[in-house]
Ligand binder design. Structure first.
Ligand code: HEM
Length: 414
């Protein structure tokens, strides 16, 4: 266990548990960049890393492990222990928290279903889903954009990509909300809700896989089932664990990005006008998506654990310490981006953001998330020439890692 006292003491104290609820956490994170860029928070028992170069280096530094220590089952009441064991076993198979060689093997397998051609081939289907959702939105008045669009779009797309029926979308939303708590929800139970959700998802997928094996199609689930059944050495637990990861990661973040993107554009009318004037220009739309990812990219930070004792910029990190890599702060570091707090859809270097992480765990679904945004934004803006925020009183999701709004009221036609 480290102490803050490696040096004379940090100039400021920041409690990362309070960050999710802040209307604008960036000034505080930028203060850390200047005053204590490798900051020990006693409140969270974690190091907060905020500068671009450090966060990026942290993503591919093998001294920072992704695999997480989990409490022993004996710490829980007896009736819950079986569910907890199953949850712990499932997490151990998730590629995002696996180390090599397991990580390399699982990622290589999953990557086969996510080739650029396979993703681009989804464009017409994504367009169709987008048009259907937009047609169902009211032509005027207030409406919750998250409920009517930002959630259902990525959920339907990930279901299509993975190969599960859309009938599970309602449950998927609930399961994902519960699983997200496992990433850190201050003041809430971060073990039981994700454990029960994982249990339910596992039961569903077991049945679904059994049925699908008899009738294979052409989706990721079929590819992974074949890998489990063939020579590619994927166990049933790994198959199910990584399907859960995909279903969760595939829509939760994109949902947040869609709503934060629309909110950011509406709060920057000149940028919105520039985008509206150039909706047929794919490079302008793509630039807007990259700048949205940089400016407010759906994640605060990603968690790592020190795999060994080491020194980092004069700070003594101890084996087992938690390390929070703040991508949101990194993407607002003036050392990397000129005037980082200016939202500019024509920024030439916005693509250098690290909203999708970096290094071995770099997001596998980045191209799909980008495609969804590039199809959805122009269609939304064309359908609604007049759009505004009904209010800017945002209640943020209580999560230390995922940044998003559970609801966002849009005013259509005004
Ligand atoms: C706005 C949308 C998205 C954002 C901001 C995002 C962000 C990220 C980040 C930062 C990581 C790295 C995690 C780490 O290093 O600990 C990651 C990994 C991952 N993402 Fe995404 N993601 C998005 C969408 C998606 C989608 C649509 C999918 C599925 C199709 C997906 C699947 C994954 C998977 C499987 C990994 C683990 C990769 C590995 O461990 O090798 N993500 N994502």
């Amino acid at each position: 266990m480290s102490t803050a006292g490696n040096t004379a003491g940090p100039p400021i104290q920041v409690n990362p548990n309070l960050i999710p609820d802040m209307a604008d956490p960036i000034p505080l994170l930028q203060r850390l960049q200047e005053e204590d860029h490798i900051h020990w928070s006693g409140d969270a028992g974690a190091w907060m890393i905020t500068r671009y170069d450090d966060v990026r280096a942290g993503f591919h530094d093998r001294r920072l492990a992704v695999s997480r220590p989990m409490p022993a089952p004996e710490r829980f009441e007896e009736e819950f222990r079986e569910i907890y064991r199953a949850y712990r076993n499932s997490l151990q198979t998730w590629m995002v928290i696996s180390e090599p060689p397991d990580h390399t093997r699982l990622r290589t397998l999953a990557n086969r279903g996510l080739t650029p051609t396979a993703i681009e081939a989804m464009r017409p289907q994504i367009s169709e889903i987008v048009d259907g959702l937009l047609a169902d939105m009211p032509a005027s008045g207030d409406c919750d954009f998250v409920k009517s669009f930002a959630y259902p779009l990525p959920a339907a797309v990930i279901a299509l990509l993975i190969g599960v029926p859309t009938t599970i979308l309602h449950d998927l939303h609930r399961w994902s909300d519960e699983i997200a708590k496992g990433l850190g929800a201050p003041g809430e139970d971060i073990i039981r809700p994700p454990a029960y959700a994982t249990y339910e998802m596992t039961a569903y997928l077991m049945d679904f896989i059994a049925a699908r094996r008899a009738n294979p199609q052409d989706a990721i689930i079929d590819l992974l089932i074949a890998a489990r059944d063939g020579d590619d050495r994927m166990s049933t637990d790994e198959l199910i664990g990584n399907l859960i990861l995909f279903l969760f990661a595939g829509h939760e973040t994109t949902m947040n990005l869609l709503s934060s993107g629309v909110r950011t554009l509406l709060r920057h009318p000149e940028q919105m006008q520039d985008l509206r004037d150039n909706l047929d220009d794919r490079s302008v739309v793509a630039g807007a998506v990259e700048e949205i990812l940089r400016y407010d990219g759906a994640l605060f930070m990603l968690m790592r654990y020190a795999a060994q004792d080491f020194e980092w910029h004069g700070r003594s990190i101890s084996k087992g310490d938690k390390i929070f890599l703040y991508c949101l702060a990194a993407n607002h570091d003036w050392r990397k981006f000129e005037q980082p707090d200016r939202f500019d859809i024509r920024r030439p270097d916005s693509k250098q953001h690290i909203a999708f992480g970096y290094g071995p765990h770099f997001c596998l679904g980045g191209p799909l998330a980008r495609l969804e945004m590039e199809v959805a934004l122009p269609a939304l803006l064309r359908r609604f020439p007049k759009l505004s925020l009904a209010h800017d009183d945002v209640k943020w999701r209580n999560n230390m890692s995922l940044r998003g709004q559970p609801a966002m009221q849009l005013r259509i036609g005004a």
